[in-house]
Design a binder for this molecule. Structure first.
Ligand code: TMP
Length: 197
């Protein structure tokens, strides 16, 4: 099984790219599982509702720990003993580093300890779609904004920088310019994934 994770701030077009890649892999006869974080398991989806609801008033540490609680369920249910050729995951622990680490300013060491502590497998490939924060929000102008999306422009500027830093520092993290047309971005995504075949 190869694990590919997709990251980026709001409005970068991650879901569109994941769906195109899923179809492309299926056409090649490869079995794929689509997952999202937080969520994907019954328990994880309940945690997702709590995390994204604007009625939730929670501390930044609770936010971080709930992300990892949902993650731990997903790893146990889908990663261990996976028989799929590919797992495509819409966000993973790099999101905790970018959002809770760089965005909420929580300790990067704590996050690293949680990643190691719950035995998160390292992805074979993590693709970060990079986009200007304001452009991302303009693309989502008609959508309902959830609790995390309501965190403000400065927060998302820090999240974006966090992702850029991850792409600089880590071999498995590749960054693509999400301001490009969908088809070009999809081709660049495929080119990265083909290196795993
Ligand atoms: P989305 O997947 O629909 O974009 O919603 C998930 C939200 O949760 C998104 O705003 C990013 C945020 N998030 C974190 O803050 N930390 C995490 O570890 C993950 C997986 C997501």
């Amino acid at each position: 099984m190869k694990l590919i994770t997709f990251e980026g701030i709001e409005g970068v077009g991650k879901s569109t790219q994941i769906n195109l890649i899923s179809e492309w892999l299926k056409e090649k006869g490869l079995s794929t599982k689509l997952l999202r974080e937080p969520g994907s398991t019954d328990f994880g989806e309940k945690i997702r509702e709590l995390l994204l609801s604007k009625e939730s008033s929670i501390s930044t540490h609770s936010e971080l720990l709930l992300m990892f609680a949902a993650r731990s369920e997903m790893i146990a249910e889908y990663f261990i003993d996976s028989r799929d050729d590919f797992i495509l995951c819409d966000r993973y622990y790099h999101a905790s580093i970018a959002y809770q680490g760089h965005g909420r300013m929580l300790s990067l060491d704590l996050i690293d300890n949680l990643i190691k502590g719950i035995n998160c497998p390292i992805p074979d490939l993590t693709i970060v779609y990079d986009l200007d924060v304001k452009v991302g929000f303009e693309r989502k102008a008609n959508d309902d904004i959830d609790r995390i999306e309501s965190s403000g422009i400065d927060f998302f500027e820090n999240v974006r920088k966090g992702y850029q830093q991850l792409a600089n520092d880590r071999e498995e993290v590749k960054i693509l310019d999400a301001s490009q047309p969908i088809e070009i971005l999809s081709q660049q995504t495929k080119d990265l994934i083909e290196q795993l075949f």
